[in-house]
Design a protein. Sequence first.
Length: 255
Amino acid sequence: MRGAAAVIGLLALLIFSPAARASPFSNWTAVVVAGDAHAHSGGPTEAFDNARRDVSKTLVALGFDKADIQQFSTRPKRYPADAPGRSDAETISLALRTKAQTAKAGCLFYLSSHGGPEGAILGQELLRPQRLAAMLNDACPDRPSIVVISACFSGVFIPPLQRGDRLILTAARPDRASFGCGESDRYPYFDDCFLASASQAHDFAALGTATQACVARKETETGAEPASEPQMWIGPALRPLLPLYGFNHAPPKTP
């Protein structure tokens, strides 16, 4: 009996210890980027920076360490509370590589911006899919990674980014625009759906599927066409491991 009690006690210690409750994302590097500050009209918009800020908050609630999340904006001085870096490829690449040397379990890259058939806007430059693939392959080799590109035509990023240990989620297929980048929009449609769906999802695959369905509903309700058709690709090595990367907490409600 004493032996059985000891085993039960040990199990309880393991279940309720801080180590047992640690999030699978607690040692991941994350980069969240607002790549532009202009609406499709050319006027100013807060949509991309709103997404940057609230996606970062949601990642913390899902189990990422706040200290391992780096934010970037085209107008960093405008957001002193978030202390973002400047959105340019060299700055982001260096920050990602540096942080990934200490937060080594995995990498997440999230970009909200405008896009075109050749890539996504990143400040004053165009981030091409091959450039992003090189950045991630250099900083995060041999570890799982999640890449989310919220931009028009962002499906063009999928082929160059494909790796066996990577999940890729994009706001549109390669030949379609996405929506919600106006001057008065709080978020682009895709980012809005990503944030709204996170509270019910148990992992990134489920979050991707829920975001796709949400975008389709939103576009139908608002008459936005042709449909953007968000894309998701999951590498064969990562797919069977996804149950190990479950979300620990429900994300906060955004105003």
